[in-house]
Design a protein around this ligand. Structure first.
Ligand SMILES: [Mg+2]
Length: 414
């Protein structure tokens, strides 16, 4: 018998024999997608777009989408995807990702990948529940038992920032982030005016906490290239562990130019809507931490590819995690399963909770121990959603983020 004969015999023998002896969970019936339902709810001070995917056997998986303030566009995309997803095998997650991404002439884009993210996360939750395993096992298993976070002081005055940062350090945090010296909600936004006082504030914070605690700042991509260079060059050497998003990320070449003007490590990536956007930043050394956002980049399927690509370049993940408990649970499973991890963003710390983790709507969430998220071994994401509480909260109104202006009246980003 030749090798090819053997393969042919196996191929002929496999289908009926496999189906006849397969455990019930491997049989296709029941795993077909029956419904995809979005919930746009106000939680704390933010709108959350949650998505429930139900299979024919009644299992439910939950996902979250992260396109803040344009949730209705994502709901439209979810409706279009539902037309061909319903009736398909919920376990073929990678294939369904491709079909969602490529099922229109104009593939991809952040509205579509925000919708794909929620579906992909929900399908992983479903598959974990179906197999009785936590999502991190579907990703290769946990590489760590707890996932360390950084916390953010949003105070403006230097003495208040130092007090908050010291409170975080006393509570166990070894990495903190502060905000530039501007008011986040100001309609008139003078980024240049913030540079000198922000440099002064950072110097004072670094002097107060010593050299060992990680210190970062998020400029929310509001500087021009020249302003970002000025900011970096005013900073005393080794003040910062990371500068998050000094400029917008649409043009990698601009980050390359900034990279040549400073040695401050960058943390970029929360705006990426695909591995194709992340690629130049990884390959050209334009970011030193990967701020991947699992609810925008395309769920586990895309985020794990970016994680692997980052690992190849010794770039650790520092995931964006500004949403609700479903985002946090998904992000925690991803962080548990990758070797290249630094810190995950948290809003659950002694100074800054913002009510995003409502316990009525989300009765079971990822547990925290000080600065650490505890990796859940419950099936799926390990969270529970009270659908009645979501419905009781009603549909959230359209929420606009501040429409910022430069001092001369021209438009800039929030
Ligand atoms: Mg940010």
């Amino acid at each position: 018998m030749t090798v090819s004969d053997t393969m042919t015999d196996q191929a002929h023998a496999t289908p009926d024999a496999t189906i006849a002896s397969a455990p019930a969970r491997l049989v296709r019936e029941g795993a077909l997608i029956a419904a995809i339902v979005p919930f746009k709810v106000k939680v704390g001070n933010r709108t959350q777009l949650l998505v429930k995917v139900t299979t024919e056997d009644g299992l439910e998986g939950w996902g979250e989408s992260g396109l803040t303030s344009r949730e209705d566009a994502v709901i439209g995309a979810l409706g279009a995807f539902s037309e061909f997803l319903i009736g398909q095998d919920s376990r073929r997650i990678g294939r369904l990702w491709q079909e969602c991404y490529r099922s229109q002439y104009f593939e991809g884009g952040r509205v579509l990948t925000a919708a794909i993210s929620a579906i992909d996360i929900a399908l992983y939750d479903l598959l974990g529940k179906r197999l009785g395993v936590p999502v991190h096992q579907l990703l290769g298993g946990a590489q760590r038992d707890r996932v360390g976070s950084f916390a953010t002081s949003t105070a403006r005055k230097t003495d208040e920032v130092i007090a908050e940062v010291k409170e975080l350090i006393a509570a166990g945090w070894d990495c903190v982030r502060i905000a530039p010296d501007y008011d986040d909600g100001d309609v008139v936004h003078d980024a240049r005016a913030s540079i000198a006082p922000t440099v002064e504030k950072l110097g004072a914070v670094r002097a107060a906490i010593g050299p060992s605690v990680g210190l970062g700042i998020d400029y929310h991509h509001r500087l021009s290239l020249a302003e970002a260079a000025r900011f970096c060059n005013l900073l005393p050497e080794a003040t910062l562990d990371f500068l998050e998003e000094p400029i917008r990320c649409e043009t990698p070449e601009s980050y390359a130019a900034l990279r040549r003007m400073t040695n401050v490590p960058f943390a970029v990536g929360e705006e990426f809507a695909s591995k194709w956007q992340a690629g130049p930043f990884i390959e050209q050394g334009l970011t030193q931490f990967m701020r991947v956002d699992i609810c925008n980049i395309g769920g586990f399927t895309e985020a794990m590819k970016v994680a692997g690509w980052s690992e190849r370049h010794y770039i650790d993940l520092m995931p964006h995690n500004p949403l609700g408990p479903i985002c946090t649970a998904a992000t925690t499973h991803m962080c548990a399963a990758v070797p290249n991890f630094a810190w995950v963003e948290t809003r659950l710390d002694p100074i800054n909770t913002k009510g995003l983790q409502d316990t009525t709507m989300f009765p079971v969430q990822v547990r925290m121990d000080g600065p650490f998220y505890i990796v859940s071994d419950a099936p799926g994401l390990g969270i529970e959603v009270d659908e009645a509480a979501l419905k009781a909260a009603g549909v959230a109104d359209q929420q606009e983020v501040p429409h910022l202006r430069h001092p001369d009246g021209s438009v800039t980003n929030w």
